[in-house]
Write a protein that binds this ligand. Sequence first.
Ligand code: FPP
Length: 255
Amino acid sequence: MENQEEWPELKAQIDKLRLPKHIAIIMDGNGRWAQQHGMARVFGHQSGVKSVREVTEAAAEIGIKFLTLYAFSTENWNRPDEEVTALMTLLVKTIQAELPTLNKNNIRLQSIGDLTTLPDATRLELFDAIDKTKENSRMTLILALSYSAKWEIVEAIKNISRKVTAGSLIIDDITDELVSSELATRDIPDPELLIRTGGETRISNFLLWQIAYAELSFSKIFWPDYRKKDLYESIIDFQQRQRRFGKTGEQVAEI
Ligand code: FPP
């Protein structure tokens, strides 16, 4: 990739034996980045594609197994029509353009969200790329599209209720694991690290169930400026934290 800095000294600080298996990213700040550059918001989204490419490549290179990117939320449908159309077109073009690179790098594409609401062209391109990358095994790149955690949890509750009504499930069978198995992420481990760029410190209806024990990392950098270096720094910081899962620091240190 042209003009891409590799930051070997930062990369070397990452402990390959303690990598998060799954990193999820809320890519925020495209609009404000465009405004700063005196351009239309859409220009920010277009420029954000380079960051998607860099971060995907960096994650695969260091050995991350799952990377989820929040590309379009259920609430994003409320944006002006021209921005929604531009984003959907950008998704089609990006998926088309990146398919050979995904295959070359052995990356499998998946998607979570209410995909029935996507325009036909976007959905067809997405499904085609998912199908053409389904045998790849180095890393899974998951695009959250027309996704919201509340939508996903409501769908899971409906499915579980249907099974109880049909008699194939009893209420006492409902466990943490059963709920997880009804979510869109059923075959994907929970993210250990959630990154949000763009300076806001909120979760915005993203993976609410799955991030119960995730470490949160907030970056002030607008998404189009986010580079490999920033991902490496966030992983190094993650590795310096002590994850206690409700235990005491002493109990965790003994393990
Ligand atoms: C949030 O910034 C970003 C989005 C809603 C879209 C992200 C999409 C891309 C980076 C393009 C393509 C992505 C893929 C995966 C192919 P914002 O518009 O909310 O920024 P603001 O908070 O500054 O207004």
